[in-house]
Design a protein around this ligand. Structure first.
Ligand code: OGA
Ligand code: NI
Length: 373
């Protein structure tokens, strides 16, 4: 690993738009849940009007091109003792990371009943009164429990049709005190998804031609940061004018997503927006910025967004898995040496990256762009 020189890090920090605003200013927020429930709401307040890019093209995977369907990874093969099966699935995993940055994981072994309980308890959290939820509002972007609306309501130019709860669940486990069963269910769900993510990262390491434990060891995943992000998207009277989450890439290594309603997540693939229709009981997994940095751009973090609808409330649970907060992530030296590459990204401490990504506007890959050399 290249060491992160002070000057590189300072360059990364000072070139960033709002490095100083690590603490969001006090903002009296209205949740979109409250807004959506206001009687007779037939249009959205202008602050929520999101201009989609005029050139955005949509393609639907209900009508996929022959080689254009979202990859599926059978997790049971990844943990199989049969070397041929493992060899093949690692090849498929690498191909999915390189061509999509997204795949669906089936046969992952996390019980359906646990997934359902987790979804139910998150729904009950959002059903608490605003006053109860505000107890968990959080002030700084790295506060371990943070309830809020939009992405960063104090800096967002446009507000997003989304309320959220973000909880740091590893290396220290945190939980809101309400609903009362949240803690126990979340602890088990987070443990199980963390195991799946670590196994996927072993496979991804191997697919890059590195030792299976490379990512685990180099980024100290025993203390890896895991954040539970619950997203709440209530029905929106003008879904074409609003956006649940704008185009962005995630900050960590891998995100595992589940949802209560199919439809809403879209991926940017070959210049088009692709709708994801997940098969039930699968995890939707996307590669995030630190996989792109580590692989020196071989596996790009995928740009995705969440659109809203005017009929049903959609809840999604994103489990973000990242390096240890203290880890300095740079392109893997072994890859540079083997393939005679020069690093395309500066080494950055994950904690700094996370603070900056979370305290600025969410805008495509603007945070990662700062780290490019
Ligand atoms: C996220 C995210 C998408 C969704 O939480 O980072 O991209 O479908 N969510 O809710
Ligand atoms: Ni995301």
């Amino acid at each position: 690993m290249r060491s992160c020189s002070e000057t590189e890090e300072i360059k990364f920090l000072s070139s960033h738009m709002l490095a100083a605003s690590l603490v969001s200013s006090p903002y009296k927020m209205t949740s979109v849940k409250d807004l959506a429930e206001s009687p007779g709401l037939s249009s959205i307040p202008s602050a929520y009007t999101f201009r989609k890019n005029q050139n955005d093209q949509q393609s639907s995977i209900s009508d996929p091109e022959p080689d254009d369907s979202i990859p599926i990874i059978d997790f049971s093969l990844l943990i199989s003792s049969c070397p041929e099966q493992r060899y093949k699935i690692i090849h498929d995993l690498g191909k999915a990371c390189q061509e999509w940055g997204f795949f669906m994981v089936i046969n992952h072994g996390v019980p359906e009943s646990l997934i359902k309980s987790m979804m139910d308890t998150c729904k009950r959290f959002f059903d608490l009164t605003e006053e109860e939820k505000r107890e968990f509002e959080g002030k700084a972007v790295l506060d371990p429990i943070r309830y809020g609306t939009s992405f960063n309501a104090s800096v967002d130019k446009v507000l997003f049709w989304r309320d959220f709860l973000k909880v740091f669940v590893h290396p220290q486990f945190h939980s809101p005190a309400k609903p009362s069963e949240f803690r126990e269910i979340a602890m088990e769900y987070c443990r199980r998804t963390r195991e799946v993510a670590r196994e996927l990262l072993r496979g991804i390491s191997e697919s890059l031609g590195l030792d299976a434990s490379y990512i685990d060891k180099t980024l100290n995943l025993d203390s890896g940061l895991q954040i539970l992000v619950a997203n709440f998207y209530p029905p929106c009277p003008q879904p074409d004018l609003a956006m649940g989450m704008p185009p962005h890439s995630d900050h960590g290594l891998l995100t595992l997503l589940i949802q209560n309603e199919n439809g809403g997540l879209q991926l940017q693939h070959n210049g088009k927006w692709v709708n994801v229709n997940a098969s039930s009981n699968s995890f939707m997994v996307n590669t995030a910025d630190h996989i792109e940095i580590l692989s020196n751009g071989k596996y790009k973090s995928i740009v995705h967004r969440a659109v809203v609808n005017n009929i049903r409330t959609r809840i999604s649970l994103a489990m973000a898995h990242g390096p240890s907060l203290d880890a300095i992530v740079s392109p893997a030296q072994e890859l540079m040496d083997r393939e005679n590459q020069v690093p395309g990204y500066v080494g950055i401490k994950y904690k700094k990256y996370l603070e900056l990504q979370q305290s600025n506007q969410l805008d495509n890959k603007s945070c990662l762009d700062r780290a490019r050399i």
